[in-house]
Unconditional design. Sequence first.
Length: 83
Amino acid sequence: MQKLIIHGDPGIRKGAHIEYDGEEYVCFNIARQGDWHGPTEPKLWCTVGAADEQETFDRREYIPMHLDTEDVDAGAVTVLDPS
């Protein structure tokens, strides 16, 4: 499980399946930043992980501030299922 900050909006919602850096992820949670007074394009702060980590996310058996964080452009993310 990790945090993925996406610059721009690739058109995904909670539960979307994406591919990034050759691996497939499920978006467990998405927080949209920058719509009102932020930069010209929004930033999506996504909690992503493998499909088998869904129960760990649902039960909150992780520490959010200890997740690895990556910062990418929307073009680097391939949307498999926008959900």
